[in-house]
Design a protein around this ligand. Structure first.
Ligand code: NAI
Length: 344
C-alpha cells in the first residue's frame, strides 16, 4: 500500500553525467512522475555545461561531497565509474539519502558486504542497484509466465549480452575500471538468471574467452568474447556469452528452458517492426546499443524507484541480489584468469 504521507516529490541529485548519466538525468527531469531533479554532480566542466543547457536548472556541483551536503536532496542517483560505487553508496546512506546506483554494486565482494552492513543500519532508506533488465516489458512478461508455471520447472538458461563492435575501442579505455567483460556485461545475465530461477545459490562456475579483435585488452587481462557456465545448488544451469565485437549491433537475448516448454526473450534484436526489402534480401535493422534496446526498462526502473521512496513497494534488485551477482561475476573472472573451475 502506498503511504499517502510520502506523496511529496522525491528530490533527486544525479551523480555522473557521462554516457549513461545524461540519459538517466533526462528521464528523471522529464519522464518520471513524482521525481524532481534538483541537483547534478560531475567533476567535468563540459558535463556541467551540458546540464545547464539540457536540464531544468538543477543545482550543479563539481564534488560529490558538496551534493551530499545539500539538505534539499532526498535521493542520489549514481551513474559513476563502477570502482566508485561502494564508497559513494556508503557516503550517501550516512548522509541520510536514498540511493539508486548503476550496476554493478562493486567489483569486489568484500566491498559489497560492507555496503550491505551500512544499509542494515539505515533500513528506512531505499537502496537499489540498476539491473534494469528486470523492468524490461518482455523480461517481465517472461518472469510472470514462469511464475505461473507456463514452461514447467525452468532448469536451463542461455543468456547473452553482446555489443556492437566499436572500432574506436571505447571499451578498451573503459576496461581497466570495468572489472572485465563478466563483471561489466555478464553481470546482467547473472542477475536476470537468478531472478528468473527464483534466486538459487551458485555452486560452481567455468569460464573461458578469446580476443577476436581488440589486442589492447590483453594488458588488463580482459577478453572481447567470453563464455561461461554456472551451476546452481539445485542442479540448474546457465550458459552465458558476452561479446564486444558484434558486427550487427547490440544483441541481448535470453532463452529459458523448462520441463514443459521454453521461452525466448528478444531472440531477434529488431530495432523496430519495419522489414526492409532490398538487394540484400528481407531484413530488419538491429538495436544499435544497449540504450535503444532497454530504453523503456531504464524509464520503468526510475519510475519504480521513485514510487518506492514515496511509500510504494520496492521492486528492483536488492543490495543482496547485487552482492550475489558480483560474487558470481568475480568467480567467472577468476575462472577466466586461471583456466580452472571455481567453487562458490
Ligand atoms: P562514463 O565514464 O561515460 O561516465 C562516468 C561519469 O562519472 C562521468 O560523468 C564522470 O565525470 C563521472 N565521475 C567520475 N568520477 C566522479 C566522481 N568522483 N564523482 C562524481 N562523478 C564522477 O561511464 P558510463 O558508461 O556512463 O557508466 C557509468 C556507470 O553506469 C558504470 O558503473 C557502468 O557499469 C554503468 N552502466 C550500466 C549500463 C546498464 O546496462 N545498466 C550500461 C552502461 C553503463
Amino acid at each position: 500500500m502506498t503511504n499517502v504521507a510520502n506523496r511529496a516529490p522525491v528530490k533527486i541529485g544525479v551523480v555522473g553525467l557521462g554516457r549513461l548519466g545524461k540519459r538517466h538525468a533526462q528521464n528523471l527531469a522529464y519522464r518520471v512522475p513524482g521525481a524532481a531533479l534538483v541537483a547534478a554532480c560531475s567533476p567535468v566542466e563540459e558535463e556541467r555545461a551540458w546540464a545547464r543547457d539540457a536540464l531544468p536548472a538543477p543545482r550543479l556541483y563539481a564534488e560529490y561531497e558538496a551534493l551530499l551536503a545539500d539538505q534539499d536532496v532526498d535521493a542520489v542517483w549514481l551513474v559513476t565509474p563502477s570502482s566508485l560505487h561502494a564508497d559513494q553508496i556508503v557516503a550517501a546512506l550516512r548522509a541520510g539519502k536514498h540511493v539508486f546506483c548503476e550496476k554493478p554494486l562493486s567489483l569486489d565482494v568484500a566491498e559489497c558486504e560492507r555496503v550491505l552492513e551500512e544499509a542494515q543500519r539505515a533500513p528506512h532508506l531505499q537502496a537499489t542497484i540498476g539491473f534494469m533488465r528486470r523492468f524490461d516489458p518482455s523480461y517481465r512478461d517472461a518472469y510472470e509466465k514462469i511464475r505461473r508455471g507456463a514452461i514447467g520447472r525452468p532448469f536451463m538458461i542461455c543468456s547473452q549480452t553482446t555489443d556492437k563492435n566499436d572500432p574506436e575501442g571505447f571499451f578498451v579505455r573503459f576496461a581497466p575500471t570495468s572489472g572485465g567483460i563478466f563483471l561489466d556485461c555478464t553481470v546482467h545475465d547473472i542477475d536476470v538468471t537468478r531472478w528468473l530461477f527464483g534466486n538459487p545459490r551458485a555452486k560452481r562456475v567455468f569460464a573461458t574467452g578469446t580476443i577476436a579483435l581488440h589486442e589492447g585488452l590483453r594488458e588488463c587481462g580482459d577478453v572481447d568474447n567470453g563464455v561461461a557456465v554456472c551451476e546452481f545448488e539445485d542442479g540448474r544451469l546457465a550458459v552465458f556469452y558476452a561479446s564486444r565485437t558484434m558486427a550487427h549491433g547490440n544483441d541481448t537475448h535470453t532463452e529459458v528452458i523448462g520441463t514443459a516448454g521454453a521461452l525466448a526473450i528478444g531472440h531477434i534484436p529488431r530495432a523496430s517492426r519495419v522489414e526492409i526489402y532490398d538487394e540484400h534480401g528481407v531484413r530488419n535493422e538491429c538495436t544499435p546499443t544497449f540504450f535503444e534496446r532497454f530504453e523503456d526498462a531504464f524509464l520503468h526502473e526510475a519510475q519504480a524507484f521513485v514510487e518506492s521512496v514515496r511509500g510504494g513497494k520496492a521492486s528492483g534488485a536488492t543490495l543482496a541480489d547485487a552482492l550475489e551477482a558480483t560474487r558470481i561475476g568475480s568467480a567467472l573472472r577468476e575462472a577466466l584468469a586461471t583456466g580452472q573451475p571455481v567453487e562458490l
